[in-house]
Design a protein around this ligand. Structure first.
Ligand code: NAD
Length: 382
């Protein structure tokens, strides 16, 4: 079985789908791993390290795609997809709810595609969960961006020039990225507050040494543990609650998201106007509309002395570890799919049935709905 990895083509992407550690892991299964020369360069991995791990280096992406399983961080180019062999499997972040044309092309090419962002958030699949691994990186980097953009120290300092009070950091949304942001800001010595609408996370916020300033919104959580979209009235209530807390913060990191929906606006323009000059907002929801009304995706905005940073693809800024974590997620999924002959996509499986978005020439995502595992009887053609 041949597994291929090419240089990522998306602009700004620095990550790579396999690192030498995971190449070694796949080679130990008896699989052949093809890596395009230079594929790891932006993650600071030399070609020689891939060779030492057992990979075969190829000159071009066109050589690499002649494989059974193609691994990628973001979706490969149309040109590469057209060269993938019929019946091959692609594992990548495919943004399936917003990529109808891409999925049609994959189905037309008879490429079976796994959208890594659809790996279900269940205990069994935790080690394959790329959303969590990359959100961990994003939460950490958000705090570093904020600290670099802040006019203040994060820790309390007692110096010959007197005592400096610690920075006040407010984290909105305490999912994977938010909890990592809280932990990182605490490690830097800031006084941290955490806010969410899911009461279940209160204990996690407090266990990291932050103060809980969340608001209980009844029925705010889905069975899968995600937040539900808030109504206009609830959103107003959240903004009213946050107004004073936000105005007192030196740094606000926002991470509030609702899967498949626009991010909730938690910080309005008038709330920004009441913030201290020199304060910083880092909005991790920038790509899905932003949690702050003034956020511009991919840009830094100065709003009367308040800096609002709307980063996209923060994980790409920490490529060594982001690639390592992503590739471990991929390798674990591949081991789950492994059979004596290669890999098998069992659509009745609770993991594969959800994240497999094209199969046997058909698209499995319709009307923005996540696929569901097929009952065994359907899969058997009964
Ligand atoms: P996410 O990125 O979808 O959202 C981030 C946070 O924003 C969430 O905590 C959500 O409650 C919060 N949020 C949404 N709307 C809000 C609003 N109006 N105001 C304030 N906060 C708001 O979430 P995520 O980080 O991907 O994960 C969410 C949850 O999924 C986790 O906390 C956990 O329960 C679950 N999860 C489970 C597993 C697992 O079991 N394998 C793995 C990862 C995550």
């Amino acid at each position: 079985m041949k597994v291929g990895v090419a240089t990522e083509s998306a602009s700004g992407e620095t990550r790579v789908a396999l690192v030498p550690e995971t190449v070694r892991r796949l080679c130990s299964l008896g699989w052949e791993v093809l890596v395009q020369k230079g594929a790891g360069a932006k993650s600071y991995i030399r070609d020689a390290e891939y060779v030492d791990a057992g990979a075969t280096l190829m000159d071009s992406a066109a050589d690499v795609v002649k494989c059974d399983v193609f691994l990628s961080v973001s979706a490969p180019s149309v040109k590469l997809i057209e060269q993938l062999p019929r019946g091959s499997t692609l594992l990548a972040l495919l943004d399936p709810m917003r990529s109808a044309a891409l999925l049609s092309l994959l189905a037309q090419q008879h490429v079976n595609a796994i959208a890594m962002e659809l790996i279900p958030r269940i205990t069994r699949a935790q080690s394959m969960d790329v959303l969590s691994s990359q959100a961990t990186v994003a939460g950490y980097r958000a705090v570093l961006l904020a600290a670099a953009g802040s006019s203040r120290f994060f820790p309390m300092l007692m110096t010959a020039a007197g005592t400096i009070a610690p920075a006040h950091v407010l984290v909105l949304g305490a999912g994977v990225a938010g909890l990592q942001a809280i932990a990182t800001a605490r490690r830097l010595g800031a006084v941290v507050q955490g806010f969410d609408i899911r009461p279940a996370v209160k204990e996690q916020v407090e266990s990291l040494g932050a103060q809980w300033v969340g608001v209980q919104v009844s029925g705010s959580e889905t069975a899968a543990g995600y937040a539900k979209e808030t109504t206009t009235a609830e959103q107003q209530r959240l903004q009213d609650h946050l107004s004073k807390i936000v105005s007192e913060a030196d740094v606000v990191i926002t991470t509030a998201q609702v899967p498949g929906k626009l991010a909730p606006v938690l910080i309005t323009k008038s709330m920004v106007e009441r913030m201290r000059p020199g304060a910083v907002i880092v909005d991790l929801a920038a790509d899905s509309g932003g949690n702050c009304e003034l956020t511009r995706s991919g840009q830094q905005v100065d709003a009367s002395g308040v800096t609002i940073i709307g980063p996209v693809n923060l994980a790409a800024g920490l490529p060594t570890h982001a690639s390592k974590m992503y590739s471990r997620n991929l390798a674990t999924l591949l081991q789950h799919l492994k059979t004596d002959e290669g890999i098998k996509l069992d659509l009745t499986d609770e993991i594969v049935g959800v994240c497999c978005v094209t199969h046997a020439g058909k698209v499995r995502v319709h009307d923005g709905r996540v696929p569901t595992p097929e009952p065994a009887s359907v899969a058997a053609g009964v």
